[in-house]
Design a protein around this ligand. Structure first.
Ligand code: URA
Length: 279
């Protein structure tokens, strides 16, 4: 005897399922039948990325490129990002380059570019992973709940946003706040590297695992890297860099705030050693 088929889910049940899975925004007005799309070629894995195996595993998660946009092969996109970022003489030029850069599909699903906040002359620069929903709406990094905690962390070392510079490795919100793919990270990397070089801070603080692993070229997890000093080579100078917990992680696991406080004290000390903390 055939089992009774499950009743089809209602629209309300489907929406609840999507929401629970982290899908909180629509990418297009019309549904797309991916099975009937022979022309959507999975992106080729780049030859020289930091994590080639992971790159090969993820292409299905790459958001669709709208029909009127040209798909740029990841390797070509990484090369063109490198070329473009190198030529930006100022932060304004770098922002303009990013506004016009077509090599990262995240741009097409995000509302706007989230370039930076704070003071480009600051001696300290904080770098997170990627903007979330609030940042995507406002066009500024760290303005949501984790941003409020970051403000308190910055205040704990006697500073505020007028004396710090804040950016992300990825300047566009990944849809539904999903984790950026290794390809997307590699494509955006030359831009944040150039941004760090142009800001030229005395101290660079990486917030959380993705930013730390990408910028400080380590495979170790944040539990091992936090509170440790690294040499970060901007290409023109070596600066002191330190990893600490991402504020979003501290919101979920407040017991780690004690360690975060230790990191902040080390950061304050380093600022004093290399100049005046209020400059
Ligand atoms: N998380 C980040 O990594 N960056 C932001 O800008 C906001 C949240």
């Amino acid at each position: 005897m055939n089992p009774t088929p499950e009743p089809a889910p209602t629209l309300k049940q489907l929406l609840a399922f999507y929401l629970e899975s982290g899908v909180d925004c629509a990418l297009t007005d019309e549904p797309v039948n991916r099975l009937a799309e022979p022309d959507v070629v999975p992106a080729a894995a780049p030859r020289e990325t930091a994590a080639p195996r992971a790159v090969r595993e993820i292409p299905a998660a790459t958001p669709p490129i709208p029909r009127n946009e040209t798909a740029v092969a990841p390797e070509a996109a990484i090369n063109s990002a490198r070329e473009a970022a190198r030529t930006a003489p100022t932060l304004e030029a770098l922002r303009a380059l990013l506004e016009n850069f077509g090599g990262c599909a995240l741009k097409h699903t995000a509302t706007r570019l989230v370039f930076a906040d704070g003071n480009p002359q600051a001696r300290i620069m904080f770098v997170g992973e990627a903007p979330g929903r609030d940042e995507d709406i406002e066009g500024l990094p760290f303005v949501g709940r984790s941003g409020k905690l970051l403000d308190r962390m910055i205040a704990a070392i006697g500073l505020d946003r007028s004396k710090a510079y804040i950016a992300n490795v990825i300047p566009w919100r990944p849809p539904g706040n999903r984790t950026p793919t290794p390809q997307e990270t590699q494509i955006c990397l030359p831009f944040i590297q150039r941004q760090i070089e142009l800001v030229n801070p005395d101290v660079l603080v990486t917030l959380g695992n993705p930013s730390t692993q990408t910028l400080l070229q380590t495979r170790e997890g944040i539990m091992k890297t936090r509170g440790r000093w690294f040499d970060y080579d901007t290409g023109t100078r070596t600066i002191r860099a330190i990893a600490t917990f991402h504020p979003a992680y501290l919101l979920r696991s407040p017991s780690y705030k004690r360690m975060s406080w230790q990191d902040l004290r080390a950061i304050a000390k380093a600022l004093v050693q290399t100049g005046s903390p209020s400059s």
